[in-house]
Write a protein that binds this ligand. Sequence first.
Ligand SMILES: N[C@@H](CCC(=O)N[C@@H](CS)C(=O)NCC(=O)O)C(=O)O
Length: 286
Amino acid sequence: MSFIEVVRKVVENHFKEISVVALSTAVVLVVKRFRQKLRQPYPRDVVIHHQVGRGPFAPSIMPFAVKLETYLRMVKVPYMNIHDSYQQRSSKGKLTWIEYNGVKVADSEFSIEFINKTFNVDPDQNLSEEQKAMAYAMQIMIEEHTYWAVTLFRWVYERAEKINQYLGIPSILRYFLVEGLRKKCKAQGLGLHSPQEVRRIMIADLRTLDTFLGNKDFILGDNPCKADCAIFGLLSQMYYQSFGGENETAIKEFPKLCSYCERMRARFWPDWDDCITHGGTTIATV
Ligand SMILES: N[C@@H](CCC(=O)N[C@@H](CS)C(=O)NCC(=O)O)C(=O)O
């Protein structure tokens, strides 16, 4: 039987199912298109931060969203949050991204570069090259290494049970989310280790950060720099939003890192209580 004949047979035998799928896809596409058309234009000259909604005990459940919003506050540029990135991921398929006067920028770090250029700001301009190198190394360790350990504990080993008390993600969706993240963690590499090994790795990272921070207020001294936003983005998840899980017990072994979180919060988030849902009991007002 030729390929064409096989296709014809499948279509004949499953005509009903194929029609339903095709029709549903068409409806979804039309509704999406229609909603885009109806959407109010965003205000000009304001950075639109697309993110996923306020978190139960930190301003987002996404470390990269806390990073980017902390940065927007650090450099004091006008911005607003649009809580839609569950449905509208960035062009690179990731969550948290910005849009400015119609220009869309994917990736938190590229967003920061764009903000610096557009608004002519740079909180790191007075740092020496050596300081910049140290801050960069710490940031990359936290974002590209510790992040995966934190993801493994929150989403894979603990199956998001702790955070989901406050999010209420339906179990079928949570299953796919967890399994998708398990695959990504394996592809990255940390997901190939045992939970005990991943914990050891996470503690080693936190110890490195803790040692480097020493008695300084912020990662490079008395004043916070760009890397502090990224570091706080992840530590805030461990410290404020892990609900007795392994991420919380790990950070609590380092009191200086906990005080660091409190300092970053006090400096950039005086309205913190208005930016969280208090465990889903209120609607964040900011
Ligand atoms: N390098 C990216 C990383 C962004 C990222 O990994 N975002 C996570 C959420 S915090 C995400 O999209 N995860 C879902 C996924 O990978 O499908 C950035 O800085 O924006």
